[in-house]
Design a protein around this ligand. Structure first.
Ligand code: NAP
Length: 281
């Protein structure tokens, strides 16, 4: 939305956004389908990823949608796709999580983190979460057996002990992350803030990937692709009671600027929802 860092313009448009209306996550009712669409019909309740979703109507490809989990409202379902997929793919496909592993989620209380804590636990990991003081209890309540308040304690202190680290918030240095990681452990960098206008801190990801072939630890970064199969996997986790979206606040569409300002603060408790008139979010 800010057009920064400039690197992101490769995906979203150089001179101006390719899609003028922002918004990607969605949940709602199918209004109309194209002639080649076979998976959905008008009236179906869906969630997923679309274009220009900060509006009453949005476009989406059928392979980026899935049926709405039966036990979620539209507001809850609207926050699942991008952040749930990022957490799922980061842990399962890149982190290769296994039952019994010690898993550290840095940034456990935010959008990606609240999904990651629950998914890591569902895959049998022993989860330690890192977040600020105000959210320690919430992170414990969604499945972390240990929570580190980053304002009081440094997760990198002590013996290297984590088999898998998902680094989402706080932009910790590569050396701090590696200090906490077991000698054969895996670090998956999901995000990072700060840095310059060109790379926006993504140089950390690049350095991790360049260093990885020369050290015993596996150091990775990725950008999550959206697909129907993984959305169905999220739906199953949700319907089996192992995963539930954590929602901080809900705003009406007319207050979208306030919603984004709040998100930009970097301290939302889970996700923030925009509701649209009619059925959807
Ligand atoms: N790779 C991908 O495909 C992909 C997809 C989606 C998002 N992302 C990226 O993931 C990142 C996080 O997104 P998000 O929506 O989850 O962010 P968010 O909701 O703003 O959450 C940020 C998290 O970081 C924690 N945090 C803040 N300062 C910290 C510090 N110094 N040390 C440790 N933790 C700290 C916050 O804790 P408190 O709030 O408790 O302070 C919170 O848990 C962004 O950079 C985003 O671009 C990547």
């Amino acid at each position: 939305m800010t057009g920064l860092p400039y690197l992101t313009r490769l995906a979203f448009g150089f001179r101006a956004p390719k899609t003028p209306v922002p918004g990607m996550d969605l949940a709602g009712v199918v209004e109309a389908v194209g002639k080649d669409v076979s998976r959905f019909r008008p009236g179906d309740e869906v969630f997923g990823v679309g274009k220009g979703t900060f509006g009453e109507y949005a476009l989406a490809r059928e392979d980026k949608l899935a049926p709405k989990p039966a036990n979620l409202t539209f507001e809850q379902a609207a926050v699942v796709a991008i952040f749930g997929l990022t957490a799922l793919q980061g842990l399962r496909d890149h982190g290769r999580i296994e039952p019994g592993q010690e898993v550290l989620i840095v940034g456990a209380s935010g959008g990606v983190g609240t999904f990651a804590v629950q998914i890591a636990k569902a895959f049998g990991g022993r989860v330690t979460g890192v977040c600020g003081a105000a959210k320690v209890e919430m992170v414990r309540s969604i499945g972390a057996y240990h929570v580190i308040d980053y304002t009081r304690e440094d997760f990198a202190e002590g013996d290297p002990r984590y088999d898998l680290i998902l680094d989402i918030g706080g932009s910790s240095s590569l050396s701090r992350l590696r200090r906490a990681l077991a000698p054969k452990g895996t670090l998956v960098i999901v995000g990072g803030e700060g840095g310059g206008r060109w790379l926006g801190g993504s140089d950390r990801q690049l350095r991790a990937m360049m260093l990885s072939p020369f050290v015993g630890q596996k150091l990775l970064a990725f950008v999550s692709p959206e697909n129907h199969e993984d959305m169905m996997a999220l739906k199953e986790l949700i319907e089996s009671g192992k995963l539930a979206p954590v929602i901080d606040r809900t705003y009406p569409l007319s207050e979208t600027p306030e919603t984004i300002r709040y998100l930009e603060s970097g301290h939302a408790r889970g996700k923030v929802v925009i509701t649209v008139p009619g059925q959807g979010a």
